[in-house]
Every structure is written in structure tokens, then in C-alpha cells.
Design a protein. Structure first.
Length: 263
């Protein structure tokens, strides 16, 4: 039995990640800004098979939030897996960006997972224990889109931090990876999207939009001993969306026409 700490667990991908660990018989500490949905997920996780579930409502933007959360989780048992799934995506045109929006997105999407990794690593090293860290990135780290300058920046920085921390923490048996989803339907009231937007970004070579369970299975795998020689990686789970511009028309002429050169 492992002990997994999952942030952003009240909704969407974070919720499904927490339930996936619960189904595997792992103990959980789950965190989110809002207490009500978090308690609902805690109840679901217990029903799914988690032997112990602690719910911690917390604002990850606080100066000591990362240490407070890791300390709260560790007080019940050493943490084996940290999954940073909390994130915000307020669509904002570039010319309307202000300090508050920029700081909000970078604080939640980049600062919080990095400092949580620092706090967990210190605890694990002091205890002489290995650990696995998985942060949730995004396809936006590679492909900017209108209204997403702070979001794309935050996820690109998170991927760089994933590699940098993996480089320094590997000697202690601490693996750090990221999972980068494509468009996933979560029905979020916090970060809602229009159907027009969903249709535009949800078109993939595999022909469908993503589901939270697609991402949860990848997180559970990369956090497990089956991936024990994987660190510093970004696993893109996006239906092939990051492979290229698959929707563009063919630009070459048909081969094999009469008169073509060839033998």
C-alpha cells in the first residue's frame, strides 16, 4: 500500500487520479481549494477501496501552503507519491493581462507544484525514502493559443522544472515526471470552455476528445514501480494531438500517374 498526495482532487482530472489510486488500494491525502467537492471525493475514494483518506482544504498560493500540506499528509504516513493536478486557466487576451491574473496562474500552475516537490523531497530524503512526483502539464506548453499566454507559460515552465528537479533528485531515489493531457472534457465550472473551443482543440488523430480516466491511468503507471527507470519525462496523453498538423490537406500530387518517372 502506498500513500498518495493529490492536489486539485475535488474535480476533473485530479478527482479521477485520486479515485484511480483508491481503486488500487492506496491510502490518500487529497487537497483542493473548496472543501465541499473535496469531501465528496473523499467519500467516493473510501467506497472505491482506499484504506485511509484525509481531505485537506487549502489555498496553494499561500507562502507556507506547500510545507503545510506535505506536513499534514506526512503526519498520517510517509508520502510515496505526489500528484500536482491543481490548475487554473482564466482565458485572458494578451493586451488585457494584468499582474493579478499573471500571478494567479503562475502561482497555482507552476510555483505550487515546484514548491510541493521541494517540500516532499526534503521529507523523503530525511527519512531515507524514495518517492515519485507527477505534475499535470498541458499540450499548451508546446502550442500557444489565443487567451492562454500565462497558462502556456506556466505549463512550459512546469515541464522545465520537471526536468531540472529530476536531474538533482535522482540520486536520492526521487523520480519526477509530468503527464501532459490533450483536451479533456471535465465539465468544469471553474475553467469553462465553449463547445466551439472544445471542437477546435478536441480534434485528434485518434478521433475523440480525452477523458479524465485516460489521464489517470497514465499518472498511476508513471508513478508506479513499472516506470522505475523513468524520470524527467513528459508523457503526452493527447490522442496524438502533439504529433503535428494532422488536419491540413494533402499537399503533394498523387503518385503512380502515367508518365511519372520510376522503375
Amino acid at each position: 500500500m502506498r500513500h498518495a498526495l493529490v492536489t486539485g482532487a475535488g474535480r476533473g482530472i485530479g478527482r479521477e487520479v485520486a479515485l484511480a489510486f483508491a481503486r488500487g488500494g492506496d491510502a490518500l491525502t487529497i487537497a483542493d481549494l473548496d472543501a465541499e467537492p473535496l469531501e465528496a471525493v473523499a467519500a467516493e475514494a473510501r467506497e472505491a477501496g482506499a484504506p485511509r483518506v484525509e481531505a485537506v482544504p487549502i489555498d496553494l498560493r499561500g507562502d507556507s501552503a506547500h510545507e503545510d500540506l506535505v506536513d499534514a499528509a506526512w503526519s498520517s504516513a510517509p508520502v510515496d507519491v505526489l500528484v500536482s493536478s491543481a490548475g487554473v486557466y482564466p482565458a485572458t487576451p494578451f493586451l488585457e493581462l494584468d499582474v493579478r491574473t499573471w500571478d494567479l496562474v503562475l502561482d497555482v500552475n507552476t510555483r505550487a507544484p515546484v514548491l510541493l516537490t521541494v517540500a516532499l523531497a526534503k521529507r523523503a530524503i530525511a527519512a531515507g525514502r524514495p518517492a515519485s512526483v507527477v505534475s499535470i502539464s498541458s499540450g499548451a506548453a508546446l502550442r500557444a493559443r489565443p487567451g492562454a499566454a500565462p497558462y502556456s507559460t506556466s505549463k512550459a515552465a512546469l515541464e522545465a522544472a520537471t526536468r531540472a528537479s529530476a536531474l538533482e533528485l535522482g540520486r536520492y531515489g526521487i523520480r519526477v515526471n509530468a503527464v501532459a493531457p490533450g483536451f479533456v472534457e471535465v465539465g468544469s465550472d471553474v475553467n469553462p470552455v465553449t463547445e466551439e473551443y472544445a471542437n477546435a482543440v478536441g480534434d485528434t488523430p485518434l478521433g475523440r476528445r480525452g477523458r479524465p480516466d485516460d489521464i489517470a491511468r497514465a499518472v498511476v503507471w508513471i508513478a508506479s514501480d513499472e516506470a522505475e527507470w523513468v524520470t524527467g519525462e513528459v508523457l503526452r496523453v493527447d490522442g496524438g494531438a502533439s504529433t503535428g498538423a494532422w488536419h491540413l490537406p494533402q499537399h503533394w500530387t498523387a503518385l503512380g500517374r502515367e508518365g511519372d518517372a520510376g522503375a
